[in-house]
Write a protein that binds this ligand. Sequence first.
Ligand SMILES: NC(=O)c1ccc[n+]([C@@H]2O[C@H](COP(=O)([O-])OP(=O)(O)OC[C@H]3O[C@@H](n4cnc5c(N)ncnc54)[C@H](OP(=O)(O)O)[C@@H]3O)[C@@H](O)[C@H]2O)c1
Length: 405
Amino acid sequence: MLSWLDVVLRPLEAPLWWLGAGTAVWLALTALHRLLSGIRVWVLGNGRLVSPARLGQWAVVTGATDGIGKAYAEELGRRGFSIVLISRSQDKLDEVARAVESKYGVQTKTISADFTRMEIYHNIAERLQGLEIGVLVNNVGVSYSYPEFFLEVPCLDTFIDNMINVNITSVCQMTRIVLPGMVERKKGAILNLSSASGMYPVPLLTVYSASKAFVDFFSLGLQAEYRRKGLIIQSVMPFFVATKMTKIRRPTLDKPTPERYVAAELSTVGLQDRTNGYLPHAILGWVTTSLLPSALRTSHIMGLNMSQRARHLRKQKTGVPMATCMDTLPAHLLPLVMEEFPQSLLAEAAAECVCRAVQREPRLRCQQCAIIQEEDEEADGTELEQDQAHRCYLRTLESLRRSTR
Ligand SMILES: NC(=O)c1ccc[n+]([C@@H]2O[C@H](COP(=O)([O-])OP(=O)(O)OC[C@H]3O[C@@H](n4cnc5c(N)ncnc54)[C@H](OP(=O)(O)O)[C@@H]3O)[C@@H](O)[C@H]2O)c1
């Protein structure tokens, strides 16, 4: 005798069989497609596309004197591109330019520019005029010196301006300058350094993460607009790479050297509009976006960043000041910080910061180096800037005092 369940299920037997078979075929085809795409990107690669013959003679790299930018400059030089290097410090630019020229026998140009400033683009455009630019690497970027709640970020107003100018405005403005020539020649590639932090929200690095999400969306939108003109615009989203920014000294398989990362990344150009650039990072990207539920991911990242923040604050309390705020202070106010903290460990850290800031702002000199500050009306800025800088300075002193109590 048939049970009531048999009676209900029997008519559904054939449709359910087809549904199951269809699902199995779909999953198998998806897996096969992923496997073949993976082999295409990560095994075969697109190594020969990024060459002067295919794209144009010159490559422009922003933030080219350290880390990932320097590795791009060297790898593109190795491939025969003439290189325009852009960063703040002329000494470091000269050093990298000399190394690239002597190693690979290519021509170089250097442009010293501080991307926190808005007025630099006219000069950059003039210096790039007439060059056949085949590759633009929008690499320059800044991050937090330690994870922090938005309202607790030292010198928040200056910090916001700097982060947006360096991470976002530079990408749009450099693209504005370089893109017309590429459109005219119907060839060229723009590689925009976003970050894995732009793939999902990263609490306590919120402004950085959001700025990198901007870079990602900007790249994808632009690629859709200009694909038919023969251009490649790629969003590059690395996880950790061992550079000054991440303070990782010992590279590992998942935290590669910039050279290793860039060599892998350039093989993905033309194959992936959005890439993690390096196989172990692509696996991390897949795990964190496809396998982890977003609420769990966000709370896990929050936890990691909270413990990093706590470590940082503990170090400050035990007398190893990080002097983070001074790094973002206007350079002409930094010598005053030195006066406030003449003998302590803090002064040493401040001196380092002053010197770093002075490198960026060659018109100003550090008292610690016993060189007198030059008078420069422009450097003092408008009244508004001074007022803003002054408030920022006072808050710095306050936070330094709190940390040494
Ligand atoms: N490292 C990572 O793990 C990682 C992960 C994801 C994404 N990224 C992204 O990759 C890019 C490069 O990162 P990185 O780790 O190589 O950084 P880095 O080691 O700190 O190097 C930054 C470069 O930018 C230049 N620079 C910094 N501020 C500047 C400014 N205001 N104006 C002009 N140049 C400036 C620096 O040279 P000067 O100091 O001489 O000016 C240096 O050449 C960034 O966009 C970053 O967000 C990095």
